[in-house]
Write a protein that binds this ligand. Structure first.
Ligand code: NDP
Length: 247
């Protein structure tokens, strides 16, 4: 059984799907976990199930003021954070010819700038923790969409390609401090992600689910738990995680 007792974790996107599954596994392995997303009720429900060392902290990663207030609460509860998982994300169908700058901006703000806000907030913690000889991890949930082309999803793919490139580049800055960076690129996974799509988008995902068979959110959580529980000299940097039938 993996033992993460003593680790202080922050998981964004913890209200549902992959983030909720990751938060659950980290808490079950003994970590103290701040569950982060916008819906306080969902976070409180999950924290209630996971026990007294988990806390729901509602914040919106697209708002600096909201992140600042949430980070203050997290520090008050957890002290120095040594494990940050960026799973918050949004996927909107935004065909280029429709020119929906609002949807494009929302995806960039959530999937890329949102991650950077968390990176900015917690890099000093990760460096401090690693400097004390503790294991320190930054885990980003990117997507196979960073590499694969889907009509209508160019901007989503661009945000994830940028996130993958960010994750690939960060060790140049953080590895000298012994802070690990892990980028995970899931394929089709059964979560609430598609619920933000219109009817056509939801039908497309439903037919992909039928043909391919999606991963479970817990499959991705297994990878995170595995990666962050390696000895601190061993960094799994890049993980593709696809259903076997996904091309
Ligand atoms: P979900 O929609 O279930 O989870 C997304 C989470 O992000 C929710 O908990 C949501 O909570 C949170 N969130 C969204 N916007 C914000 C915001 N502005 N501030 C804070 N939290 C926010 O989908 P998944 O679990 O699938 O998504 C998790 C990650 O996995 C995403 O980055 C997604 O791109 C990636 N991914 C998913 C795949 C899939 O097939 N499902 C495949 C590849 C990658 P709330 O609404 O309460 O804020």
């Amino acid at each position: 059984m993996t033992d993460l007792t003593g680790r202080n974790a922050v998981v964004t996107g913890a209200a549902s799907g992959i983030g909720a599954a990751i938060a659950t596994q980290l808490a079950e392995a003994g970590a103290a976990v701040a569950l982060v997303s916008r819906r306080q009720d969902r976070l409180d429900d999950l924290a209630g199930k996971l026990g007294p060392r988990t806390y729901g902290v509602a914040l919106d990663v697209t708002s600096q003021a909201s992140v600042d207030a949430g980070v203050e609460q997290i520090h008050a509860r957890l002290g120095t954070v040594d494990l940050v998982v960026n799973a918050a994300g949004v996927m909107l169908a935004a065909p280029i010819e429709a020119g929906r700058l609002d949807d494009w901006t929302r995806m960039i703000d959530t999937n890329l700038t949102g991650v950077l806000r968390l990176v900015q907030a917690f890099t000093p913690d990760l460096i401090e923790a690693a400097g004390e000889g503790r294991t320190a991890d930054l885990v980003n949930i990117s997507s196979i969409g960073a590499h694969v082309v889907f009509p209508g999803y160019a901007v989503y793919g661009a945000t994830k390609a940028a996130l993958t490139q960010l994750s690939t580049s960060l060790p140049a800055d953080l590895a000298p401090y012994d802070v690990r960076v892990t980028n995970i690129e899931p394929g089709l996974t059964d979560t609430e992600l598609a619920t933000h799509l219109d009817e056509t988008g939801q039908e497309l995902i439903a037919s992909m689910n039928e043909q391919i068979g999606p991963l479970a959110a817990s499959d991705i959580a297994d990878l995170v738990t595995f990666a962050v529980s390696r000895r601190r000299e061993f960094n799994l940097r890049q993980i593709f995680a696809l259903p076997t039938r996904q091309a």
